[in-house]
Design a binder for this molecule. Structure first.
Ligand SMILES: Nc1ncnc2c1ncn2[C@@H]1O[C@H](COP(=O)(O)OP(=O)(O)OP(=O)(O)O)[C@@H](O)[C@H]1O
Length: 242
């Protein structure tokens, strides 16, 4: 679904990413971790084609995106849903309108909007609040709307950038359960996070970046064959506690 092959991105003298090779299969759930300045945002921005590579290739949903024309970029972005730490909802629109707007901008049919919006609002458990405005919602509820908006156009990949960063631990786990549910429906998920407790509890694949290098790529604990490797994994993630 997403493949980086020897990808290098420098910003002048700063290293964003250095010779990174990683493959994320369709249906994977991957945590992207690493200290501040490691290259996580660079990784995400490259997938979205907001910045271009210096070297190497990136394939998203079967297409080499390092050679896209300007015209093809919206098509790429439609394959990717984004969830943000700060929700980024439109304050003057209701919950329903926020999600519907994501369909309107891609010129979806009104009939499809009327069917799909309630469906995703129900999926994230917020259908009963569809007529409220964002400032009438809790942080967790706002993030549910953020997720509904991100998935309403059925993207192939959902990228969540610190989606639980503004949430208390219980609400954060509720959001993780929703992301897990979306993943089980077949959407590939890449989640950038510093939350070690969540990474530990979710037990998914962890890709760790440090100084632009991919320094670790491990399956969750059930993916390991022996205890020694499991402890390696634990240590690796420990390093990224804030
Ligand atoms: N526009 C830019 N110009 C110059 N250097 C940049 C730019 N964007 C990122 N960098 C540098 O590239 C490196 C990787 O940055 P990046 O934003 O990808 O890190 P990050 O892992 O997302 O960090 P954080 O967790 O703090 O968001 C850092 O050294 C950063 O200073």
């Amino acid at each position: 679904m997403i493949e980086f092959k020897n990808v290098t991105k420098h910003y002048g003298n700063n290293v964003g990413l250095e010779n990174a090779t990683v493959r994320i299969e369709k249906g994977d759930f991957v945590f992207l971790v690493g200290p501040s300045g490691a290259g996580k945002t660079t990784f995400v921005r490259l997938i979205l084609n907001e910045i271009s590579t210096d070297k190497g290739t990136i394939v998203v949903a079967g297409k080499d995106i390092t050679r896209l024309s300007r015209r093809e970029i919206p098509e790429l972005r439609q394959k990717i849903g984004m969830v943000f730490q700060d929700f980024r909802l439109l304050e003057k629109k209701t919950v329903y309108e926020n999600v519907a707007f994501a369909m309107e901008v891609v010129h979806a049919k009104r009939k499809d909007i009327r069917r799909q919006v309630p469906y995703v609002l129900d999926l994230v458990g917020i259908l009963d609040k569809q007529d409220r405005y964002p400032n009438e919602l809790s942080a967790g509820e706002q993030q549910r709307v953020g997720i509904a908006r991100a998935i309403v156009n059925n993207p192939r990949v959902l990228i969540a950038d610190e989606p639980t960063g503004n949430l208390d631990p219980i609400t954060a786990m509720e959001i993780m359960e929703i992301l897990d549910k979306i993943n089980l429906r077949g959407t590939t998920i890449l989640m950038v996070t510093h939350a070690k407790d969540i990474v530990d509890q979710m037990n998914k694949r962890v890709v760790a970046i440090e100084d632009g290098h991919i320094v670790r790529d491990e399956q969750g604990q059930y993916g390991f064959y022996n205890e020694e490797e499991y402890y390696d994994y634990d240590e690796g993630v420990d390093k990224y506690v804030f």
